[in-house]
Each structure stands twice: as C-alpha cells, then as structure tokens.
Write a protein that binds this ligand. Structure first.
Ligand SMILES: [Mg+2]
Ligand SMILES: [Zn+2]
Length: 331
C-alpha cells in the first residue's frame, strides 16, 4: 500500500493511509428465495422433443415404424439417449435433415404455450431462479428456448450433453451423449442398469433427477422454496425424496397417475425408506393423510399422500402460469 502513496516531502511527517470505513452491504430483510425446477418435454413444451426431431415433426413417412423400433430396443435395455443419437445420425446420413440448421429450424416449430412463455418472462422479472432438468439434450433445449426468446430466463440446464461435430463425409451432425456414466453392473438386483447415484435405484442410468437436483441445491445458495414442474415417471424421484416443496403436476400424464396410484403406495413407502432427508422449513400442508382442497373452488390444489410435498395440477400453459404465480405469492 505504501508504494502507492506520494513520496514524503523533506521535513514533513509521513502520511498515514486513511482507514477504509466498514460498511455493511447486506440488505435488511431479503425476500424468500425461490427456485423453479422444470422438466422440459410435455412440461415447458407441449410435445416430446426427441420424438419431434426423430419423426421430423410428424412428417416423416416411417415415423411410427421408427418410434416403435426404438421403444422395443429401449424395453430390451438399450439406453434411450444412445437410441436418439443413432436415429438423429441416420437422419443426417439420409439427408432427411440437410444440416444442423435444418434441425434447429425443425425444433423451432415445437409448440410451447404462450402462458408458459409468459411465465418464464414473469419469473425472470421477479428474479426467481429457473432451471431445467431434463432427459432431452442441451442442443434441443437451448434451440427451443432460444426460438421462443426465453433462453435468458433459464439459469441452468441439467441434461444429456450434445455437440455439433463434423462427420467423416464432411457434414455437420449432432452427437448426443448421456449426462451420467454407465455403471458397470446392475445394482438393484433386477438386472436393469440404473443410475449409480439414484437413491431409489429406479432411474435410467444416464440421469437421476433427484441426485442431480440434490447436488445443485447443495452447491448453491439456500432456497426458501423449491417448486417443480413435471409430467413424467422420472420426475417422481425428486418428489419422492423430499427435495421439493410444491410440485406442479401436469394432469392426466404419467406423473399424475403415479402420484395418485393407490395400489402402489407400499412400493413408494419402500422407496422412501432408502431416500434422502426431507427438506425442512417450508410448510405447504404436506404429509397429511387426506386430500385437502381450498374449498371446492380449487380442486387442483392437493396435499396428497404419496410424496412429501403439495401437488398443484395443471393442463395448459395458462393454468401453469396462474398457479405458479399464485403459489409464489402465497407467503
Ligand atoms: Mg416430461
Ligand atoms: Zn432417481
């Protein structure tokens, strides 16, 4: 510090550096911090992006054959991400997709509800963090969010990795790789390869959303509330393990059926027994043994029994927008 001070003139006493005043920059009472975790396919968008790409938005003549073939191989144990990668490579090879720009243009035609777009803008304006946790891939998700002008509203995207590479024949193509590494052997005794980090030992080996979310939450600031928007079976893991305070569940899809499937309650209790600790500090009438309705006017708000969080049902992007905002403003 003394080297920055002017030289002391002859005969004068040395200059004492001024002491910097201590200022407390902390704000007096910060607002509750909320995180909104979003699945992508059939949650933020109204389609499955893998299927959209593989069937060329439904225009591919052998679309049904291709999807049926993939589903059969998936049932036989092949990982979905590898199957999608193979199909997309085939579309480039056959010139059904001219180049990566054609794929990006195709993805831009995927439907996303105006209410969902408005919700993402609204959350961004409110300084609410939004992340996507999805079994699609980075290229699909970023392309679609960019085409709707909402990429900047999403803080982080946790998904399978993709990159544009140059093929041996000199064309650009997309390479999609699993987010998590393949375990060397089945770990749950069923013969199925599951994610090594899945506490329930249920998720496909390339992605366990609860493990990814737990890691994300532990690496960042403490959120007061965690909301989750989802529709599928792989959205059950983070809900079952108590990482979420309120789940926005798309009505009449797989997650909805799982949450309310009375016949498999015993299975869920067994799964919860190997789970992680439930988040503390937010009370949203969870863990009650009865369906709670805010009068009969809100049949979509349920504090149900299968997972330790409240559930809000929704069907359209408009409903999702209104109900997320409403829950956000419920203090
Ligand atoms: Mg989904
Ligand atoms: Zn899992």
């Amino acid at each position: 510090m003394s080297s920055l001070l002017p030289p002391t003139p002859p005969g004068a006493s040395p200059v004492t550096p001024p002491t910097r005043p201590v200022i407390d920059y902390r704000l007096p009472s910060p607002l509750p911090r909320a995180l909104v975790v979003c699945d992508f396919d059939y949650s933020l968008i109204d389609a499955d992006s893998d299927e959209w790409a593989i069937t060329l938005g439904g225009t591919r003549p052998d679309a049904e054959v291709a999807m049926t073939r993939m589903a059969a191989r998936h049932r036989d144990g092949e990982n979905w991400v590898h199957l999608v990668n193979e199909e997309i490579a085939g579309l480039f090879e056959s010139k059904a997709l001219a180049d990566v720009t054609a794929l990006r243009n195709l993805l831009a035609t995927i439907p996303m509800h105006r209410g969902t777009v408005a919700l993402l803008h609204d959350l961004h304006a409110r300084n609410v963090d939004v992340i996507v946790v999805s079994d699609a891939n980075t290229f699909f998700i970023e392309s679609i969010l960019e085409s709707y002008g909402v990429r900047h509203c999403v803080r982080d995207i946790i998904t399978n990795q993709s990159r544009v590479v140059r093929s041996v024949s000199g064309h650009d193509l997309l390479e999609i790789a699993p987010l998590q590494t393949k375990p060397s052997a089945p770990i749950n005794g069923s013969g199925k390869l599951v994610a090594a980090n899945c506490p329930r030992q249920r998720c496909n080996w390339n992605l366990c959303k609860s493990a990814q979310l737990a890691e994300y939450l532990s690496s960042r600031i403490q959120y007061d509330r965690v909301f989750y928007v989802g529709d599928g079976y792989n959205d059950l893991c983070p809900l079952a393990l108590g990482l979420v305070d309120c789940a926005f569940v798309r009505a009449d899809r797989r997650l909805h059926r799982e949450l309310f499937a009375v016949e498999s309650v015993e299975n869920l209790v067994a799964e919860l027994a190997v789970g992680m600790p439930v988040r503390q500090g937010y009370s949203c009438r969870a863990n009650t043994n009865t369906v709670v309705r805010d009068g009969d006017r809100e049949p979509w708000y349920v504090a149900q029994t299968r997972v330790p969080c409240a559930a809000v049902l929704w069907s359209t992007g408009d409903e999702l927008q209104a109900r997320v905002v409403r829950e956000l403003e419920r203090v």
